[in-house]
Design a protein around this ligand. Structure first.
Ligand code: ZN
Length: 73
């Protein structure tokens, strides 16, 4: 029931864990999202990835595309 500890291992100086979602290695200590590498992976694993909506809403590329279209008009 402690997969994080099973995945934890001693590296050169710091304990690292492999993120269960993206399998990226990240530091265990000082990592508030452990055993995940980030809030994003934590949300994905919890099955409540609302990040997508809010990322699309704040997508700066879309704004740039809109500006380009305005120039063409
Ligand atoms: Zn991750």
């Amino acid at each position: 029931m402690a997969p994080a500890f099973e995945q934890a291992y001693r590296g050169e100086t710091v304990v690292q864990v492999k993120c269960p979602v993206c399998e990226k290695r990240c530091a265990w200590e000082g990592n508030r999202w452990r055993p995940f590498c980030s809030e994003r992976c934590r949300m994905i694993d919890l099955g409540c990835w609302i990040d997508e909506d809010y990322r699309i809403a704040g997508e700066p590329v879309l704004d740039e595309e809109l500006e380009e279209k305005k120039k063409l008009l």
